[in-house]
Ligand binder design. Structure first.
Ligand SMILES: NC(=O)c1ccc[n+]([C@@H]2O[C@H](COP(=O)([O-])OP(=O)(O)OC[C@H]3O[C@@H](n4cnc5c(N)ncnc54)[C@H](OP(=O)(O)O)[C@@H]3O)[C@@H](O)[C@H]2O)c1
Length: 224
């Protein structure tokens, strides 16, 4: 598989590293152009390109830029593609009323911008510093599960396959409209959980369940 990455920052590098390790080809990109990424190409062993080139390159595309920059994600180049959306909403980077009033989930916001793509919410509910160290081979007793949401069953299967190959189980939380269940400050957000624990806690999450920022530090999950 070719993984195109819109972004070349912390999440792009962590997920890119795991995808390369799993035998995939990876192309990273940013707003400043590929010449700014020659050091990353050397360090990671990935390819680098413009954001349009990364979008065109990917069989699957990982949209790893700040949520408020979502309009920079090139819709036409992503038509028909699976787009993994890890974006979390931090209001201090710019308020978005539809996210604040619950009219849209973060993934629905991106899907509205990419009407011809298959957006899957994925890889938002893990701290970047955990992405590489928490990856485990399939079947490991302490393998972590990550939540996903999406409106297209086939795209979700693709996303589940990508997660599995980079070291994670997945739990399907339902359509994009259900993505709120694992957005920022929800009980499961960034807590290391296995598949059964995550499925149970996602189902138990209610709209009024809002945790203090950083709550994951006080929840042990599967990492004791
Ligand atoms: N950090 C975490 O723990 C974590 C965990 C889960 C999910 N996430 C989500 O993952 C996404 C990326 O987070 P991160 O921590 O990787 O951020 P980061 O380290 O700040 O990297 C952001 C990347 O996006 C690029 N970028 C910014 N604006 C852009 C634009 N308009 N067009 C193209 N590229 C642009 C930046 O490069 P240039 O500025 O050079 O363009 C940089 O490569 C965010 O949506 C975040 O919410 C983060």
């Amino acid at each position: 598989m070719n993984l195109g990455i819109i972004g070349a920052g912390h999440m792009a590098q962590a997920v890119g590293r795991l995808a390369l390790k799993a035998g995939h080809r990876v192309m990273a990109s940013n707003s400043r152009g590929p010449r700014s990424l020659l050091g990353l190409r050397e360090a990671l062993g990935c390819e680098v390109g413009s954001i349009r080139e990364a979008a065109a390159f990917g069989d699957v595309v990982f949209a790893a830029i700040p949520l408020q920059a979502y309009r920079a994600i090139p819709a036409a180049s992503l038509a028909g593609k699976v787009v993994l959306n890890p974006q979390n909403y931090f209001p201090h980077f710019g308020r978005i009323p539809e996210l604040e009033n619950g009219a849209l989930t973060t993934a629905e916001l991106l899907a509205r911008h990419l009407p011809q793509s298959h957006v899957v919410k994925a890889l938002n509910s893990i701290l970047v510093e955990d992405v590489v160290p928490d990856a485990r081979p399939g079947g490991a007793a302490d393998r972590r599960a990550l939540p996903i949401a999406g409106d297209d069953g086939e795209a979700k299967q693709t996303a589940i396959g990508v997660l599995n190959e980079i070291g994670y189980d997945a739990v399907d939380a339902g359509p994009l409209a259900e993505g709120w269940r694992f957005e920022r400050r929800r009980p499961v957000y960034c807590v290391p959980l296995d598949k059964a624990m995550l499925a149970q806690r996602l189902a138990a999450t209610t709209r009024d369940a809002v945790m203090p920022e950083g709550h994951w530090r006080y929840q042990t999950g599967i990492r004791g």
